[in-house]
Design a protein around this ligand. Sequence first.
Ligand SMILES: *[C@@H]1O[C@H](CO)[C@@H](O)[C@H](O)[C@H]1NC(C)=O
Ligand SMILES: *[C@@H]1O[C@H](CO)[C@@H](O)[C@H](O)[C@H]1NC(C)=O
Ligand SMILES: *[C@@H]1O[C@H](CO)[C@@H](O)[C@H](O)[C@H]1NC(C)=O
Ligand SMILES: *[C@@H]1O[C@H](CO)[C@@H](O)[C@H](O)[C@H]1NC(C)=O
Ligand SMILES: *[C@@H]1O[C@H](CO)[C@@H](O)[C@H](O)[C@H]1NC(C)=O
Ligand SMILES: *[C@@H]1O[C@H](CO)[C@@H](O)[C@H](O)[C@H]1NC(C)=O
Ligand SMILES: *[C@@H]1O[C@H](CO)[C@@H](O)[C@H](O)[C@H]1NC(C)=O
Length: 335
Amino acid sequence: MALTMHRLATLLVLLSWTLPTMASFHFNLTTVPGYFLQDDPDTDPDAFNYVSSNFGLINRTYDTDTDLDTKNTTQWQRFAYHLHHLNQESHHKTPNVTYRLLFLGRHGEGFHNAAEEKYGTKLWDCYWSLQNGDSNLTWFDAHLTTAGIKQAQVANGAWEKQIERKVPFPQSFYVSPLHRCLATAEITFKGLNATPVPFRPVVKELLRETIGIHTCDKRSPASNITASYPEYILEKGFANGTDPLWEPDARESNSMRDVRLRDLLYDIFEHDENTVLSLTAHSGAIASILNVVGHQEFALATGAMIPVLVRVEKVAGPKPEMKVDPPIGVPSCGE
Ligand SMILES: *[C@@H]1O[C@H](CO)[C@@H](O)[C@H](O)[C@H]1NC(C)=O
Ligand SMILES: *[C@@H]1O[C@H](CO)[C@@H](O)[C@H](O)[C@H]1NC(C)=O
Ligand SMILES: *[C@@H]1O[C@H](CO)[C@@H](O)[C@H](O)[C@H]1NC(C)=O
Ligand SMILES: *[C@@H]1O[C@H](CO)[C@@H](O)[C@H](O)[C@H]1NC(C)=O
Ligand SMILES: *[C@@H]1O[C@H](CO)[C@@H](O)[C@H](O)[C@H]1NC(C)=O
Ligand SMILES: *[C@@H]1O[C@H](CO)[C@@H](O)[C@H](O)[C@H]1NC(C)=O
Ligand SMILES: *[C@@H]1O[C@H](CO)[C@@H](O)[C@H](O)[C@H]1NC(C)=O
């Protein structure tokens, strides 16, 4: 396990090659509440429907509305103007602060989700998740089930509707390297009239699900990703060959995953000046992102999406230390 931790740490350093090794700055990330229902403690994640609620956009006024002819503008248009204004104002007054709108999408149902349901979480974690599949299902680097494809199509329809309502559309697209996310991003965004042609999301190693033990979270070689999605862009430094991070006997702890997703956000905020960013990922990865931007917990169903407005402040000094628990071994199937 010590070796595993070391190997993971080394790879994370390699992957974050673009961050200075003696980082002379970092980012203070905070969720800006009051714009989306999902950051309201009174919203019940289990009952919440992102499709029928304009993605959760709160119906409200903004102090910047007075600049607009509000009689003929949508809520999204007024929100987009407000966001633009927040960034313009901070550009002048606090140049180290930007406001970013993240759309965090979870992949549709994969064969691993179906298998966990079939066997129950206990047997899944102690035995079946270690296998590549059973006699009926394959869940190595799990692909989408028919239901998962439908969920991504629902997301596509939801985006189409919100585009009509003038949602600020993502300017950058990031995707986990696991097949269920590569497919979900394509089904969700490709072909929408706001999506650039060709659709070229950037595949980010660090955006993947909790690493280790579960074969569904082991990624395919870069050559397979490129052959399957020729238009997708592998980020610079993306490892060739087989998965360099996955270990058969050690699974990342939640706190290790938090650090990884924080570093992913640091990388994105350092190198991408766009305001509206789409990230297609996983329940665990999204839980970590929400945690490191100070958002309340908000579990997403397969195929669901959550918008988060994040205040990103560039601060001098090294990255803050985070408490990290060791990786976890395979649980016993015994009583
Ligand atoms: C981070 O930003 C928040 C929001 O502006 C602020 O309240 C907090 O003090 C900042 N934290 C640090 C460590 O700078
Ligand atoms: C949103 O607000 C507008 C006017 O402020 C109102 O007409 C409309 O019914 C509201 N919609 C919802 C879903 O509350
Ligand atoms: C509202 O804006 C739409 C275009 O976005 C335009 O077609 C329509 O005529 C406008 N209506 C009014 C009352 O200004
Ligand atoms: C595979 O599917 C068949 C037919 O649906 C079923 O009878 C069998 O029990 C399944 N096997 C497993 C391991 O799920
Ligand atoms: C990629 O790997 C999957 C197995 O995970 C396989 O089904 C698929 O055919 C491969 N695609 C290409 C283009 O090699
Ligand atoms: C992966 O292989 C490609 C083509 O062979 C090469 O251009 C690239 O530099 C390699 N990437 C790494 C990280 O080794
Ligand atoms: C802005 O960031 C730079 C590092 O890039 C830092 O030197 C400076 O102190 C920061 N300014 C403020 C006001 O925090």
